[in-house]
Design a protein around this ligand. Sequence first.
Ligand code: GN1
Ligand code: MG
Length: 403
Amino acid sequence: MEEQYSSSKNLKENQSNGEKDQPFPPQSRMTGYSEAQLQSISKQFQIYGEILRAEACKIGHINETYIATYGQGGIPVRYVHQKINKNVFKKPDEVMGNMMRVTNHIREHLEKESESEVTRKVITIIPTRDGQPFYRDPNGDFWRTFLFVENVKSYEAVESPGQAVEAGRGFGKFQKCLTGLEGDRLFETIPYFHHSRKRFEAFKRALEEDRYNRASQAKKEIDFAIKNEPIVDVLLNAFEAGEIPERITHNDTKFNNVLLDVNSGKAMCVVDLDTVMPGLALYDFGDMVRTTTSPTLEDEKDLSRVNMRMEMFEGLAKGYLGETGKVMTPGEIKYVAFSGKLMPLTIGLRFLTDFLSGDFYFRVHRPGHNLDRCRTQFKLVQSVIEQEDAMESVVQSIMKQLD
Ligand code: GN1
Ligand code: MG
């Protein structure tokens, strides 16, 4: 089945196995809801038809996601039910407030441009029966429902430079469209989310504590992090100096968060809007470099396969700058290539911190999973460092072509 979420067949399949001899934090376990439970939750929303089946979605390290098929008179329609991780998102009402504003803005923009297939180009939030964007269940958990986008596919790893162009174009359009969102500043759904200095300090604290005696397993990675510490302040300083502006950014521009049309391969819809908030455009671009340029998955064990491929970088930069190049400031353009090493370093630091702290944050599926994820990130940082000058030239030549 071609769809935006690759799903497991069994609702229980997402449960993690605890690590032997280690206290295993409860947040890392996934509950796994039954169809009957989902049915009762879905009754709270303005849904079309009766539930026929539901599958848990394995993608995503944070929220719990189910794809449910409903039918009315034999005609199927699909919805996505999602339980928001309230350990991570402390104020789910603010997350949904941002999401409503952002999706309404994009929808209005698409309609103004007389675009077709609007429900495939922006997420449709299904309200509860009393018109709210989320439902709070008796356990105090927050649920929301989206219309499933049909005939699209998401990929964990990029397969061609053309796909990289589409990823860049999809997130670039998103970015450009949100420059027109007026009104109050969006909520910061996770304060200091990409604040690389704070992420580095959190890593140092976890290392000093070494609560689970894991630092000895991560010596090389710890050395790498410390050696590359100067990277973490560069954009923060540029921002402080007024060299780069705050924008409304997506902040989780993983390649699997842009849905590509199954037939044309074109970017259709940007998903996972929980972290859309004030940020730096370069965080978004850097996170695309992180997830779109290596042929491997984020948890690849064979590090010799992890590398930044220039043709993918070029595709990404063409797609993204093609949309945003005229909106971005010279200060931002200066750090486009640099952001390609900042983001794998920042996310790698977060994986390492979580590994050292006992895997409380990212859902893990095997012992050492977060350390494996950290290793791929750091390998990618190294690969970007080795190719940064060439990446810079690619950016310059794309910018010249835009003039
Ligand atoms: C998390 O759950 P997912 O895959 O959408 C994380 C991102 C990381 C990413 C790493 C809220 O995103 O910041 O980059 O894992 N989201 C949050 O794969 O922390
Ligand atoms: Mg996400």
